[in-house]
Design a protein around this ligand. Structure first.
Ligand SMILES: C[S@@+](CC[C@H](N)C(=O)[O-])C[C@H]1O[C@@H](n2cnc3c(N)ncnc32)[C@H](O)[C@@H]1O
Length: 219
């Protein structure tokens, strides 16, 4: 048995996914009413919404943690912790490790910690509250896997922060990246920047990038 089929974890994930699914009509309405320049960021306007990875993406994340034998995972955008549960489940089944999560909204981070605790996975997590551009600056050791899920506008900046910490063969998974002209996609697809990258078909578009190192540092 793996942690995803542990009844406590499976029931909690199903409950959280159902709550997120039930928010969809309200989310569509909120998204269509969202305005820029009213003093409130989009992140603030969406503070009550899960905006999670779906079940298929979650299993994919779990499997990736297992395949990499990952020990240190960094997540940009934790929200209420759904993706974090999948990642931490993989670490537990690998024999240990830590997901360093990041969440700007304090209440969301607190709820995420509670969900991880209910799942019995809090020992595998370090959810940091605040702006990921600061909170992820020191992940504490070599990073095996990065999940970017906090809004594509900041992906390039967060990646650049983490590149010096990536171990050879580390994987960077960027959700909601369906535009090949986006600066992030252009960066990871340029071999001069040390990645081998392509888009995979997972909920719209996911950029899947393997860190092979800068050409000048390769054997
Ligand atoms: C798409 S949701 C993440 C969903 C989560 N990965 C899951 O699967 O459950 C994006 C989250 O990123 C957070 N966020 C946005 N900007 C951020 C920043 N600069 N630093 C940390 N978190 C941020 C938002 O508050 C939001 O909760």
């Amino acid at each position: 048995m793996n942690t995803l089929s542990d009844p406590t974890v499976a029931e909690l994930l199903e409950h959280l996914h159902q709550e997120a699914d039930a928010q969809m009509p309200e989310l569509r309405k909120a998204a269509s009413n969202m305005t820029e320049g009213n003093g409130e960021s989009w992140t603030e306007q969406l503070r009550d919404f899960y905006l999670p990875v779906n079940r298929e993406q979650g299993r994919f994340l779990y499997q990736t943690v297992r395949a990499l034998q990952a020990k240190r995972v960094v997540e940009f955008g934790t929200s209420f912790g759904i993706s974090t549960i999948y990642l931490a489940a993989g670490l537990r089944d690998n024999g240990g490790g830590v997901v360093i999560g990041s969440e700007l909204i304090e209440d969301k981070a607190e709820t995420a910690r509670g969900n991880l605790s209910t799942a019995g996975l809090e020992a595998y997590t370090d959810i940091r509250t605040g702006d990921a551009r600061q909170t992820l600056s020191d992940p504490g050791g070599p990073v095996d896997l990065v999940l970017l899920d906090g809004g594509p506008a900041m992906y390039t900046e967060i990646l650049q922060l983490l590149v010096p910490r990536l171990r050879p063969g580390a994987l960077v998974i960027a959700d909601n990246m369906d535009d090949e002209h986006h600066p992030y996609a252009k960066l990871v697809r340029d071999p001069a920047n040390g990645f081998i990258s392509s888009s995979i078909t997972l909920k719209g578009g996911t950029e899947y990038s393997v860190w092979v190192g800068l050409p000048s540092n390769r054997p």
